[in-house]
Design a binder for this molecule. Structure first.
Ligand code: RNT
Ligand code: ZN
Length: 434
């Protein structure tokens, strides 16, 4: 009997020959896949709760900003150490070396109350040490929600100067924190600005909040910073819960901002009309912006943040990145939150799916398809694309997992269940460990 690693290797050899017949080099595809660094969002691990409030609050608390986490699966991370342990467990099941994406609300202040406008890099020292020790990159986000000064739905575009200034200051200190993170871990930290500002019902004045936002952002970004430490990104949105009629930071607002101020544009897959897809936007906006941050997510009806599955749109996003040669200019990140299933499994499913989609895209016979298209042979193009859907990419993926020391196939779930039995299920709403 063959051992499972032998059978994975022989399946790989057979699949590799099939791909070679199409002119595709599987080893090369895996090399390219290994270089991809995903940004794994911390907030799936604890339902976007952060550590500013006391632990033990119900998982479905209102985090504000129109963000709603539904579900009450037991065992959410309640402390920084639990979240780090859970993230490590997830990373151990995802092939490759990646990045961890933090929000300002995950500061560790040692029990002290620190205003968001006064956060400093030292409040993230433990995160930085943890990341550097494990060879992880870090990304960052100022937190413009879940705060009394955001409770009326406005932050950087607030009509009241003092509130606006509080949030501008928050934006400024977060950039400094992000720059220190990037310097410390030795890879640039993407600092992404998303604000919830908007209105439930039709505003009378759509213009003034946008002018205020523009000025506020210019103040946040006034200090030129070293791009090898921090890269600024701005995230647009069409509507949110409670901001159905008007969002200040709309697509056009931030597209213009990113172009004129040379920022990265963040496209979140769940932030557009239900039939609108971000895959078709990538090759357009990259003519004008230097780079993109992607929040790969899955919208379902009114929710923009379901766990990423291997959908046609996920494949289309991955294909755009590979076909357009954009992997060097686009930072792929995940953004979803589901509290109804094991949270570590949610991370692993989403991250493995994004990597699988990239692998499938890397295994396309690009030259052949381009030639067919240029020749006007759309019959051949369609036939080839349909054949590709049924190629043995699972054998290539398994081989990649084997070589990356992570479980192949569905075996990763055994590790998650084991960890759950040992650790996560021991957590109760009331106990607090560190
Ligand atoms: C909200 C945005 C934003 C958040 C995170 C928590 O609609 O997508 O990216 O999900 O900052
Ligand atoms: Zn997002």
């Amino acid at each position: 009997m063959m051992t499972s690693s032998q059978s994975i290797e022989s399946a790989y050899q057979a699949a590799k020959e099939r791909y070679a017949e199409l002119g595709v080099d599987c080893d090369q595809a895996l090399l390219r896949l290994s270089a991809v660094k995903l940004s794994l969002h911390c907030w799936q691990g604890d339902d976007v709760a952060g550590f500013e409030r006391l632990s033990g609050e119900s998982a479905s608390q209102d985090i504000g900003g129109g963000l709603a986490v539904t579900g009450n699966y037991p065992g959410r991370a309640r402390t920084p150490n639990e979240l780090r342990a859970d993230a490590e467990q997830a990373f151990s099941l995802i092939p490759g070396k990646h990045r961890f994406n933090l929000h300002a609300s995950y500061a560790e202040t040692g029990g002290e109350t620190v205003q968001r406008s006064e956060l400093r890099p030292e409040h993230f020292a433990a995160w930085m040490e943890w990341a550097r020790d494990r060879g992880l990159g870090l990304d960052f986000n100022p937190t413009f929600f879940g705060h009394p000064l955001a409770s009326d739905g406005f932050t950087l575009s607030h009509h009241q100067r003092s509130i606006r200034e509080f949030w501008i200051q928050h934006g400024i200190v977060c950039r400094e924190i992000a720059a220190e993170m990037g310097r410390f871990v030795g890879q640039p930290c993407v600092n992404n600005v998303w604000i919830p500002d908007g209105m439930k019902d039709s505003p009378f004045d759509r213009s003034a909040p946008r002018q205020r936002l523009l000025e506020a952002l210019d103040q946040v970004f006034a200090d030129p910073m070293n791009p090898s430490h921090v890269l600024d990104a701005v995230e647009c949105k069409l509507f949110g819960l409670g901001s159905e009629s008007y969002v200040v930071g709309s697509h056009e607002f931030y597209l213009g901002y990113a172009i004129t101020r040379r920022k990265l544009l963040c496209l979140d897959a769940g932030h557009f009309h239900p039939t609108e897809v971000i895959s078709d936007k990538i090759s357009s906006v990259l003519n004008y912006v230097e780079g993109l941050l992607l929040h790969v997510s899955r919208g379902v009806r009114w929710d923009s943040d379901h766990v990423v599955t291997l959908t046609d749109e996920l494949l289309a996003i991955a294909q755009e990145l590979v076909r357009g040669g954009y992997l060097g200019r686009v930072q792929p990140g995940l953004d979803f939150f589901d509290a109804s299933i094991n949270r570590i499994a949610a991370w692993v499913i989403g991250a493995r799916n994004l990597l699988k989609a990239l692998l499938i895209a890397l295994l396309e016979p690009a030259d052949t398809l381009r030639a067919l298209e240029v020749a006007g042979d759309y019959t051949g193009r369609l036939a080839m694309l349909e054949e590709l859907r049924f190629m043995p990419f699972a054998a290539i993926w398994d081989y990649h997992c084997l070589n990356s020391d992570v479980p192949t196939g569905h075996r990763w779930l055994d590790d998650v269940r084991d960890y759950e039995a040992r650790t996560v299920s021991q957590r109760t709403a009331k106990s607090r460990k560190d």
